[in-house]
Design a protein around this ligand. Structure first.
Ligand SMILES: Nc1ncnc2c1ncn2[C@@H]1O[C@H](COP(=O)(O)OP(=O)(O)OP(=O)(O)O)[C@@H](O)[C@H]1O
Ligand SMILES: [Mg+2]
Length: 405
């Protein structure tokens, strides 16, 4: 079978991760051929704030991956995140006017075009239009209406828009290093591809990717996307708390966090907790360090579940929360999450990878791996991009439908 080369670049606030692979089109048939991970510069809270610095980090990361893979990368799937990303659910409807009243693939395309024709302000761009569910003549919950009979086809979509300037800055960095963009993918959607099971997506689950600058959230239910959002609270704030609370430099606080950080409540009888940690001549108490981290993580977990519209979490997301991102490496984070939310909580890292993939088995690389999988998983879901401004056709189609109604 013919193999094609694919690439992914996760431009994070703390690291850039480039992955090169080849694939026969299936996830099982994907081999990782090159990985390049470098610290990132020029980003804040998930967004490019300095194009030249960001470009250099991206270039370094690609160079590293290319060295391992032994060939040049030409194009890649790119992750995007930041506070500028906004999501909403929208609807669209079309009439099936042909004699046989049979829903065909072209009707799916038409109804998505209608759902896509939302008014997007000039300073924003559509990133994803993902069909959630269809309705044929009022019958709800149809996953694939092709082949059904009806007069009217409705679709519910999840629409994600992003600030044009943020997209442009990121695109400039990527194109600036000679890489073509296959697609821009919202980061939590990518992370979800790498770590969630179909069953979790079906019953209801929150994916929370706690990175350095942002916590990216995607909620799935009934095997479809339910909600997405981006919180500007993540690992950097934990480090800042340690730095301010203990009078350490940011770098030393970061080192302490990674080496000794823990979020479990202090057990009184545990003598280990009274130990003093020494790093580069600075001493801090283990108990104080854990306490500072725990308070911030506790708050963050509460913010994550607050994303859900109701307080009845257990009903919406019985599969609970899956944590990814570098900060999910904090020991005890899943236990604290369960204590706070009374939901199942687990840490998700990419698994079942082939090739030079050892470094990627860490929650921090869920986004990068998920970007690779995005296309394979979403080939048939009709996630359509708004490439051009509204065409006359959308207006005509919706106009006809209004007349018909
Ligand atoms: N072992 C560890 N213990 C605690 N925190 C960790 C550990 N490893 C990484 N981190 C934290 O994870 C964060 C980086 O995570 P990640 O690599 O997912 O971020 P990113 O993708 O670069 O950023 P973002 O997605 O926010 O743009 C940093 O704040 C770092 O301190
Ligand atoms: Mg990230």
């Amino acid at each position: 079978m013919k193999r094609t080369r694919i690439g992914a670049i996760d431009v994070g606030t703390t690291k850039v991760c480039t992955i090169m692979a080849d694939t026969d089109g299936s996830i099982a048939g994907t081999r990782i051929l090159g990985v390049g991970i470098v610290p990132s510069h020029g980003l804040q809270k998930g967004m490019v704030v300095n194009v030249n610095e960001a470009k250099e980090s991206i270039r370094d990361s690609i160079r590293k991956a290319e060295q391992v893979a032994g060939y040049k990368m030409e194009s890649a799937f790119i992750g995007i995140t930041g506070r500028h990303v906004v999501s909403s659910n929208n609807k669209g409807a079309v009439a099936i006017t042909r004699g046989d009243q049979l829903v065909r693939p072209t009707d799916l395309r038409r109804v998505l075009e209608v759902a896509k024709s939302v008014k997007v302000p000039g300073d924003r761009k559509l990133l994803h239009v993902i069909p959630r569910t269809y309705m044929v003549d009022g019958q709800e919950g149809v996953k694939n209406p092709v082949g059904m009979h009806g007069f009217r086809l409705d679709v519910e979509t999840h629409i994600i828009t992003a600030a044009v300037t943020s997209i442009q800055n990121l695109a400039k960095c990527i194109r600036g290093v000679g890489i073509e963009i296959d697609d821009l993918v919202l980061e939590p959607l990518a992370s979800a591809e790498a770590v969630l099971s179909d069953e979790e997506k079906q019953t209801g689950v929150i994916l929370a990717d706690i990175g350095g600058g942002t916590t990216d959230i995607a909620v799935f239910k009934d095997n479809t996307i339910y909600h997405t959002s981006v919180l500007p609270v993540a690992g950097h704030l934990i480090t800042r708390d340690i730095s301010v609370g203990m009078g350490l430099s940011f770098d030393l606080a970061e080192e302490m966090k990674r080496k000794y950080g823990n979020v479990m409540p202090v057990q009184e009888e545990n003598a280990d907790q009274d130990q003093t940690l020494t790093q580069d001549g600075h001493s801090v108490s283990y108990r104080d360090l854990s306490e500072i981290i725990r308070i911030r993580v506790d708050e963050l977990i509460r913010l994550i579940v607050l994303e859900l519209p109701h307080t009845d979490y257990a009903k919406i997301v019985p599969s609970g929360i899956v944590l990814t991102g570098g900060s999910a490496n904090l020991p005890g984070i899943a236990e604290l999450g369960m204590e706070v939310t009374h939901l199942p909580v687990r840490v998700g890292a990419p698994v079942n990878l082939y090739g030079v993939s050892d470094t990627l088995r860490d929650p921090a690389y869920a986004t990068g791996v998920g970007l690779l999988m995005w296309k394979m998983r979403n080939e048939d879901t009709n996630d359509i991009k708004a490439k051009q401004p509204e065409s006359g056709l959308h207006r005509l189609v919706s106009g006809i439908f209004r007349l018909f109604k």
